[in-house]
Design a protein around this ligand. Sequence first.
Ligand code: AMP
Length: 292
Amino acid sequence: MKLVFAIPFPVISITASPTALAYIQIMDPSKNGNRAAWLQGPAGHCEVPPTDKVTPWRLILLGAPGVGKGTQADLLRARLGACHLSTGDVFRAAGSRPECDQSPAMREALQFMRRGELVPDSTVWELVRERRACLRCRGGFILDGFPRTLGQALSLEQLMKGEELSLTAVVSYELPAEEIVARLAGRRTCEKCKAVYHIVQRPPQMAGQCDHCGGKLFQREDDRPESIKVRLEAYEQSTKPLLEFYKKSGLLCQIAATGTPEQILARTVPEIEHHHLHQAAEQLWTAAENRR
Ligand code: AMP
């Protein structure tokens, strides 16, 4: 069967060159598999094959930057076995390569990212479209940071329809703006192993140094005050309308992102399990109908 994808944006190939693999592996701690197919694009092959599931978890995590989507994605990955697919991670992996290994479209995308602005839909969509095998993967997925605009959500919907895939649920993590700003401004990341700290809430034992590997801690360019403001505005204007979009489709779970990561996870799991059961029942029903 030939699959046809509707692409509402001009196509610019931004697939990483094969020499980028070494950098990608540094970005990607083994606890999360190597996610090469996601981080590198079509040329990458995941080291750890996914476990086949009858009803794979296919989740989207929404929420303002700094709300803790990445942490929840990692906890959910450990619990559900689905792969954590972050578009921000793909850009950061590309940004850590030498410029000569970056395509012109990726260099342009990184400029948007450094300013805290959204990367244009055409570039983001091409990046995801190139990686559509990850969406088809029988291990399932947890999308973190995509979709971020209505255009991206519509493109994803069309692609999934074409592939006969359905989403399990869309989780929106919610937190007051002041708390988000405090979280982002205090966030520090290890330049070697990518462990994340907070100068007040989760400080390292030695200031500026990673507890795990001794690496130097740095502040992400887009966590500086001027970029934080731009990122929060982008969320309000472009991403918040997605709540209504997914509410209409009955997939939305709204979760308070207050408390510890474990408390937030404990609030999330019963909500998504409800959707997963529903999805499994629908799948059985369709299979029974097809046998008739
Ligand atoms: P994140 O790690 O998800 O906060 O993403 C970091 C940055 O990457 C964002 O501030 C954007 O500049 C860019 N980015 C990541 N995902 C997207 C997306 N789906 N649409 C547009 N820009 C994105």
